[in-house]
Design a protein around this ligand. Structure first.
Ligand SMILES: Nc1ncnc2c1ncn2[C@@H]1O[C@H](COP(=O)(O)OP(=O)(O)OP(=O)(O)O)[C@@H](O)[C@H]1O
Length: 196
């Protein structure tokens, strides 16, 4: 169980989040929706423990992984090396994960040799490589065309269905939230809190 109780998160004089409280069960899929600039990514970074500078308390799982909006791959490393960076798992396991995201024949390609959609898949595979109990997706389908979004949505759903993990999705898009998650939390207000 993940338990979020953020009393206040500020950047200098600007308070971005105030009294944001919710739980996520072990196998629950939750999305955070809300307008641009409201504080979605800020909240996600707190839950991913990438930012510990806030008032309140978040108790989360030992193993979480984040997929960011941009693929953030190392361009000078091939696909396998990009996976090896996050885990000591053996190559066979990593190849299975690449197959899981539809990239079984791409392990020795470099990111620049892959389409944007394939780069997103590598990014997802890299997150899966740590075998996360919580997968956190921060607008993972931004700047993809509609067809690619549908493909990535289906892939992500399949992966989450197969693996026993919690999902936290940050998105602008109600369609993505409705397709991938059981529960939608709407962030709103200034400072932002859960309004629905
Ligand atoms: N490192 C930072 N330093 C100062 N202010 C920041 C920092 N990160 C975010 N902010 C501010 O916090 C507010 C919330 O930003 P955040 O990126 O969390 O919004 P968001 O809801 O994820 O937006 P979007 O949907 O456009 O990605 C914004 O006003 C932003 O300028």
């Amino acid at each position: 169980m993940i338990s979020v109780a953020v009393k206040r998160k500020s950047f200098g004089a600007q308070t971005v989040l105030q009294d944001v409280n919710f739980d996520i069960a072990t196998d629950e899929r939750v999305s955070i929706v809300g307008p641009s600039g409201v504080g979605k990514s800020t909240l996600l970074r707190l839950i991913a423990e990438l930012d510990r500078d806030y008032e309140g308390q978040i108790s989360t799982v030992k193993n979480s992984a984040v997929v960011f909006q941009e693929p953030t791959l190392l361009n000078w490393r091939d696909v396998m090396d990009n996976l090896r960076i996050t885990t000591r798992k053996d190559d066979r396991t990593l190849e299975n994960i690449l197959a899981e995201v539809g990239l079984s024949d791409k392990s020795d390609m470099f990111p620049s040799q892959l389409s944007l959609g394939q780069q997103r898949r590598v990014s997802l595979a890299r997150a899966l490589a740590v075998n996360p109990e919580l997968l956190i997706l921060d607008e993972p389908f931004a700047s993809l065309d509609d067809e690619m979004v549908d493909e990535m949505l289906a892939l992500t759903k399949q992966v989450v269905d197969t693996r026993n993990m919690a999902l936290l999705l940050v998105t602008h898009t109600k369609k993505e939230a409705a397709f991938l998650t059981d529960r939608q939390l709407m962030l709103g207000g200034n400072p932002a809190t859960i309004i629905q």
